[in-house]
Design a protein around this ligand. Structure first.
Ligand code: TYM
Length: 337
C-alpha cells in the first residue's frame, strides 16, 4: 500500500448479529470504496459493544459474524486493515488520555448518549456508555485518519474528535491529525420502513422496519411490502412530504446504480405495490451472494481469525507509535526495559 495514500478509519459495533441496510448503505459501502483510494483501517469495535450488557458467548460469536459480513460486503484484507478493537490495547490506553481531556459537560452534550440513556434510565446506563464517544475519538486519532466514513448519526462524534485533536495539539504540540467526516449525502441516513421519520436502527422498538442483511429473502420482502408510504399514489422523490417513498427510492437507486430520476420515470403511472415488489427483488438479489459469502467465512473460522490476526498486527504497528508519542507529550515517564 503506497504510503502517500490518505488514511481512513471507521468502526462498526458487533452488537446486533446481522447488519442492516442502514449500516450497509450509510457506512460499509463507503468502507469498500475507500479501500481503493485510502490506506484504510476498519475495526469491529467490541469494546464499544460492551457499553450495554452483553452475553459473553454471544459477543464473541457476533464479533466473528460482523467480520464475516464486512468481508462478504467487499472488504479485502489485501487492500485494507481489518481488525478487532480489543486486539489492539492502545485503543483503551489512548481512550484514557482522551477521557482526561474531555469536559464532563462536553460529553454530556452527545445526543446519542442522551437518547440512549433517556430510553433505558440513568440507573441502567453505564459510565462506559457515557464515555463511549471518547473511546471513538481514540480509535480515530490512533491512525492519523484524514477521513472517517460514517452515517449521519455519527457526525457529532467526529466533531468531538476534531475538537479533542485540536485541543491536544494546542496544549502539547502537534501530535494528531484532525480528521474530516465522510458522509455520503444521499445515504447518510436510511430510515425505518415503519417510521420514516427516524433512522433505521437496531435499537428500534419493532424489528418490522429494519431490513437485516442476513434475513431470509421472504422476511425482507414482507418488511418492504409493508413499508409505510403515504396516501398519494405517485412515485416521486420528496423527502419532506413523502419520506417513506423517498427512502425506498434511495435504497433502490443505491443498490442498482440507477438514478432516482430514472426510477421516477420508470415507475410513472405505477403504484407503490409495484415499487415495493421490485425493490424486494433488488434487495434479495443483492443479499443472496452476500449471505453466501458470509456463510463461507463463518464456516472457516481459521481463515477468519487469521485475517484478524494479520489486521491486528498491522494496526498495532501504527497505534503503538501514536500512543508512544502521545504518552511522551503528556509527560508520562517511560518504563525502562
Ligand atoms: P454503529 O455500529 O452503530 O453503526 C455502524 C455504521 O453504520 C452507520 N449507520 C447508518 N447509516 C445510515 N443510515 C442508518 N440508518 C444507519 N444506522 C447506522 C453508522 O453511522 C456507522 O457509521 N460509534 C459507532 C462505531 C465507532 C466508530 C468509531 C465509527 C466506534 N469507533 C470510529 C467511526 C470511527 C457506532 O456505534 O456505529
Amino acid at each position: 500500500m503506497p504510503a502517500d495514500r490518505p488514511r481512513a478509519f471507521s468502526g462498526i459495533q458487533p452488537t446486533a448479529g446481522s447488519f442492516h441496510l442502514g449500516n450497509y448503505l450509510g457506512a460499509i459501502r463507503q468502507y469498500v470504496a475507500l479501500q481503493e483510494t485510502h490506506d484504510a483501517f476498519y475495526s469491529v469495535v467490541d469494546l464499544h459493544a460492551m457499553t450495554i450488557p452483553q452475553d459473553p458467548a454471544v459477543l464473541r460469536a457476533n464479533t466473528r459474524l460482523a467480520t464475516a459480513q464486512l468481508l462478504a460486503a467487499g472488504l479485502d484484507p489485501e487492500r485494507c486493515t481489518l481488525f478487532v478493537q480489543s486486539h489492539v490495547p492502545e485503543h483503551a490506553q489512548l481512550g484514557w488520555l482522551m477521557n482526561c481531556l474531555t469536559g464532563f459537560g462536553e460529553a454530556s452534550r452527545m445526543t446519542q448518549f442522551k437518547d440512549k440513556s433517556a430510553r433505558q434510565g440513568a440507573e441502567r446506563t453505564s459510565v462506559g456508555l457515557f464515555t463511549y464517544p471518547v473511546l471513538q475519538v481514540a480509535d480515530i486519532l490512533l491512525y492519523h485518519a484524514r477521513h472517517v466514513p460514517v452515517g449521519e448519526d455519527q457526525r457529532q462524534h467526529i466533531e468531538l474528535t476534531r475538537d479533542l485533536a485540536e485541543r491536544f495539539n494546542a496544549r502539547y504540540g502537534d501530535t494528531f491529525t484532525v480528521p474530516d467526516v465522510h458522509i455520503v449525502k444521499e445515504t447518510g441516513k436510511i430510515y425505518d420502513l415503519q417510521d420514516p421519520a427516524v433512522k433505521m436502527s437496531k435499537s428500534a422498538s419493532t424489528p418490522k422496519g429494519i431490513v437485516n442483511l442476513l434475513d431470509e429473502p421472504g422476511v425482507s420482502a414482507k418488511k418492504i411490502r409493508s413499508a409505510v408510504t403515504d396516501t398519494e399514489t405517485v412515485i416521486r422523490f420528496d423527502p419532506e412530504r413523502k419520506p417513506g417513498v423517498s427512502n425506498l427510492l434511495t435504497v433502490y437507486a443505491t443498490l442498482t446504480g440507477r438514478t432516482v430520476a430514472d426510477l421516477e420515470a420508470a415507475y410513472e403511472g405505477k403504484g407503490y405495490g409495484a415499487l415495493k415488489t421490485d425493490l424486494a427483488q433488488v434487495v434479495a438479489d443483492w443479499a443472496a451472494p452476500f449471505r453466501e459469502r458470509a456463510r463461507e467465512y463463518l464456516d472457516d473460522p481459521e481463515t477468519l481469525d487469521g485475517i484478524l490476526a494479520k489486521g491486528a498486527e498491522k494496526a498495532r504497528t501504527v497505534a503503538a507509535e501514536t500512543l508512544a508519542a502521545a504518552y511522551d507529550r503528556v509527560g508520562l515517564l517511560p518504563a525502562k526495559h
